[in-house]
Design a protein around this ligand. Sequence first.
Ligand code: COA
Length: 159
Amino acid sequence: MKELKIGQEEWSTYNRNNIHLEGNAIVREGTILLGLNGEIHIGENTVITQHCHIDGPTTIGKGCIIGPHTVMVTHDHDYDNTSGMIHNSPGPVKPIKIGNNCYIGAGVTIIQGVTIGESSVIGAGSLVTRDIPSGVVAYGNPCRVKRKRGERDDQSATD
Ligand SMILES: CC(C)(COP(=O)(O)OP(=O)(O)OC[C@H]1O[C@@H](n2cnc3c(N)ncnc32)[C@H](O)[C@@H]1OP(=O)(O)O)[C@@H](O)C(=O)NCCC(=O)NCCS
């Protein structure tokens, strides 16, 4: 596990005890790891690039790339409770899981409870609200599986 040095590293965290980086995992500058409500685990050889935000319980496997400005939010607010301020109505916390060898593009948002299977690719700008299986290319808002990774069904895509 890598020792955190808040204020001396390029990245910041609220609860250092909940942040665990394995091996030579890298977190680049501007990324915020809050560690609220549970632990954040980042697998060896994974790179979290610049200006990402991960709030709570999240497990990212080995050898992943997380593109810049990607957001992972693991909690919600109780928006159907119409009495009082939404700020005082916490909702459920649901962990996010990302398998080994995934490539998450730039500016992706992943919401609470989502699991992304091993070796999958999530296109830039996607909003991931449902689980994504292993070994696929998925993108869009909402994010949907488009094809298996390594398989193309049309010639135009390779032109
Ligand atoms: C999604 C991605 C992996 C390409 O997947 P692909 O299956 O090879 O898709 P193609 O390039 O063949 O494009 C197929 C269609 O999807 C569209 N498309 C491609 N990427 C898209 C995305 N992220 N969101 C929405 N639509 C996308 C294309 O415009 C094309 O549609 P069109 O024919 O109507 O123009 C790639 O576009 C991408 O987003 N890569 C991530 C880049 C990135 O974030 N880099 C940061 C590195 S840290």
